[in-house]
Design a protein around this ligand. Structure first.
Ligand code: SAH
Ligand code: F3S
Length: 465
């Protein structure tokens, strides 16, 4: 009886908890920040919900890497307010890169915003919400992370029950002339290796099959002390970290993004020697022209980059290779662009992300005057897309008949009879199968190549064993 009453009280209390909805834009770092924010909120007595309609507090975790992404934030704030027009007490907070960069001016653009929460204020979100609920208005926190801030993420808040993101380094010191990230995310700070390895072991015990080590530049990883990496060989702390993480036995380990200048050949040696280090490398080149690379302040030439690609291609396994390219950087001539086209063909990427240059206030390139007209940017975008399409078609077709190991992540969005997952080479692979296979690593023989995915047939387990 007593326990019945207790549970009734608990249920009432549960339903009274304020509910927070977090909407995430942008990169994996933002996804990881949302997971951490949700963990902190839950332990401070909040509930998380899945839509604006149910929420007492709406947090938008924003991206500012290109102008379009930034504009989207203000449109979204308007939509959120319109959806809850009868509920003035719903709090709205802007977190992430737009918050950090624009600070108090977010309140000028969008007066209905209650909180602006910078990229290092994740741990203080529950406190900020409490203050806003207490009646304080226009709260702003752009401060640094606290010494005791936690990286803990509770499994319930992870974006997937099978794949986990582990930030290993925050921020960026590279200051490529076009990029806003060093301003929105601050200087590089690496997490202690012992903490990362402990997190991987923990995730393994929870049944995770894949982890992705993430950071703006994972291979610039440089912790203050090498604690936890003793005994692991490798020319750089990142190479040693890869080996330490591989030694946990976690079935699949991926990492992104790698910075070309810091891409040491030992990374490929570590992959060669550890089958659980997956066969995929994302190495953004941005341009194939030395003149433009210099203006971009990338710290690598076309030849430096190609040498890294040659090492990757000489691996004992075929490593999938992906990249980011910017077209229409200020001053980019037809000749410069042709060099990009040529390099992209030469590298034979499995896929690329192409971006039209977007001017970001406060970056050095924002003062470069020799701009490329929008029409020309579009023409180059399409030409590069077409060149890549041909290479990609060839590469994807070469997988037909091969058997890939696929981590089954979810039901396919296209068909309820199909499952969807990623291969070790990071291709999306769809195949017919039962949902009971979710979370398992299965063998799939590829039967067809689509534009950006592969289709296959599940290999009967007994046929493999
Ligand atoms: N090293 C980072 C890069 C972050 S930005 C990482 O973790 O991926 C991701 C990509 O956006 C960059 O590689 C670049 O191709 C593109 N990008 C960055 N700033 C840009 C700008 N001002 N205009 C167009 N594209 C940009
Ligand atoms: Fe941006 Fe260059 Fe750093 S692209 S994230 S400044 S490596």
């Amino acid at each position: 009886m007593i326990s019945d009453r207790l549970s009734a009280v608990t249920t009432r209390f549960e339903t009274m908890k304020p509910r927070v909805y977090i909407e995430t834009f942008g990169c994996q770092m933002n996804v990881a920040d949302t997971e951490r924010a949700a963990t902190g909120l839950r332990s401070s007595g909040y509930d998380l919900c899945d839509s604006v309609d149910e929420a007492d507090v709406v947090l938008l975790n924003t991206c500012s890497v290109r102008e379009k992404a930034e504009r989207k934030v203000y449109t979204r704030i308007g939509e959120v307010r319109a959806a809850r027009s009868g509920k003035q007490d719903v709090l709205v907070g802007v977190m992430g890169c737009v918050a950090q960069l624009e600070g108090a001016s977010v309140f000028d653009h969008a007066p209905s915003v209650d909180m602006v929460i910078g990229t290092r204020a994740t741990d203080r979100i529950p406190l900020l919400i409490e203050r806003a609920r207490g009646g304080e208005r226009k709260l702003l926190d752009l401060d640094e992370r606290g010494e005791t801030d936690s990286w803990d993420v509770s499994p319930a808040e992870r974006h997937s029950p099978h794949v986990a993101f582990i930030p290993i380094i925050e921020g960026c010191n590279k200051f490529c002339s076009f990029c806003i990230v060093p301003y929105s995310r601050g200087r590089e700070r690496s997490r202690p290796a012992s903490e990362i390895v402990a997190e991987v072991k923990n995730l393994q015990a929870l049944g995770y099959k894949e982890i992705q080590l993430i950071g703006q530049n994972v291979n610039s990883y440089r912790p203050r002390v090498d604690d936890g990496l003793e005994g692991f060989k490798g020319a750089t702390p990142f190479c040693r970290l890869l080996r330490a993480v591989a030694a946990t036995g976690m079935p699949r380990i991926k990492f992104t993004t790698s910075f070309p200048r810091d891409f040491h050949p030992d990374i490929v040696t570590a992959i060669d020697e550890n089958p659980n280090l997956c066969d995929w490398i994302h190495l953004p080149v941005q341009s194939g022209s030395d003149r433009i690379l210099k203006l971009m302040r990338r710290g690598h030439t076309r030849n430096d980059y190609w040498q890294r690609i040659e090492r990757i291609k000489s691996s004992s396994r075929r490593l999938a290779l992906t990249s980011d390219i910017i077209v229409g950087f200020p001053g980019e001539t037809d000749e410069d662009f042709c060099q990009t086209l040529d390099l992209v063909r030469q590298c034979e990427y499995d896929s690329i992300y192409i971006f039209k240059y977007s001017k970001r206030a406060g970056t050095p390139a924002a003062n470069f005057t020799d701009t490329v007209p929008e029409k020309e940017k579009t023409a180059r975008f399409l030409a590069l897309e077409e060149a890549q399409r041909k290479t990609q078609e060839r590469i994807y077709r070469s997988y037909v008949g091969r058997t890939l190991q696929v981590l089954v992540e979810k039901q396919s969005t296209r068909s309820e009879h199909d499952l969807s997952g990623h291969s070790t080479c990071n291709k999306v692979v769809n195949f017919a199968g039962d949902r009971s296979l979710e979370g398992e690593i299965v063998n799939v023989t590829v039967t067809a190549a689509k534009t950006n995915s592969l289709y296959g047939a599940l290999v009967n387990r007994s046929a493999v064993e």
